[in-house]
Design a protein around this ligand. Sequence first.
Ligand code: PLI
Length: 459
Amino acid sequence: MSTERTWAEPYKIKMVEPVFMTTEAHRKKAIEEAGYNTFLLKSADVYIDLLTDSGTSAMSDRQWAGLMMGDEAYAGSRNYYNLVETIQKYYSYKHVVPTHQGRAAEHILSQILINEGDYLPGNMYFTTTKLHQELAGGKFVDIIVDEAHDPDNLYKFKGDVNLEKLEALINKVGANKIPYVSIATTVNMAGGQPISLNNLKAIRKLTNKHGIKIIHDMTRVAENAFMIQQNEEGYENKSTAEIVYEICSLTDGATMSAKKDAMVNIGGFLAINDPEIYVKAQNMVVVYEGLHTYGGMAGRDMEALAIGIKESVQDEHIKARVGQVFYLGAKLLKLGIPIVKPVGTHGIFINAKKFLSHVQQSNFPAQTLAAEIYVDSGVRAMERGVVSAGRNKETGEHNYPKLELVRLTIPRRVYTQAHMDVIAESVQRVYERRDSIKGMKLIYEPEYLRFFQAKFEKL
Ligand code: PLI
């Protein structure tokens, strides 16, 4: 008899929200009207929503109870002080400025730290992070390991930085042109891939030598910590909470989209150890967000966030969260579907270049595939390829990333194993008729973050 036991989610369901299946004819019309962009669909037309894990998680009964404890004072809300203490305790950072979500923290930090002509090395770009760096006059430089750009490479820490690339940049432009190194845990655009603590320690050593800060995009830090616990030597007996704390301690500050790991529907913050940067951020937040003791959040939302942070680092929670993603990943691999390997922590990233190998990247294979999956089953995914990568600022040409992916993003504590089975079946159906699928052409794009609002037509 096997000693391996099965596992289940560490919660039971107390409230449900109905979802509805539609007809294929209805979905064909809906996606056409949405310009073949899943961001432009109405959620009422979606059956299983895998657009994002951002703000879509299910809050716990404790978090909902926390909402009732909201202190909606304009200044000095007790929920703010509780949030600050929680961030200090779990994430180590000294000072906190709440914001309405992650990109607001990125905006404030970029405006404070970046000067025209600066360079921002990072472990692969993220759309909003890079945009705010550019709007502040900076230039993003990708210093992630090459393995991260190869969907089939099985390296376990594809979020690692190539230290030679970082050192070469420092030598070329000078440390005074690099306000900070941007380190994301996990790396979203690489397929939800973790960075190792060993690598982070080496980055810390190198940046200390040159007096360069590390700013941490800690959006999915608990998921990254779990992967370190699973795969990095010396961390197998540490708790996720301990690893999260150690990661944060190695960095100088962080931007956080609390809508992911911390399982709130809205919220974020900027955390920083340097008191001078904190004072500047406190001043800027009143211009763009709200008073420095609530930023962009209601008191009740700060309370739910403080509780969500505690829940997010619990080993039982994170094991089930990542375990559900791995369950879907294993199913798709068994069906022979080309996906990014190793499977990431917040979703499955289908390799659209391989799935639709006959569609040129200039005809948007990932955008096309996301639309086709929606038509098949009402499962809403999103593009992470050439549309997300935008245009080269100098030449105006599309940026063609090596990774052309469709993300099936799994919200936390929302869907069941049966939903995962339905998703896998739908992807399989589309895979079986892949040869009949043609690409698309772009008919409209906005200036910034075009993937959110661009429109397409079938070829
Ligand atoms: O969506 P925001 O503004 O709360 O956070 C921006 C943001 C920053 N960093 C990373 C790694 C993200 O994943 C991120 C937002 N991600 C979204 C919305 C997503 O669907 O992945």
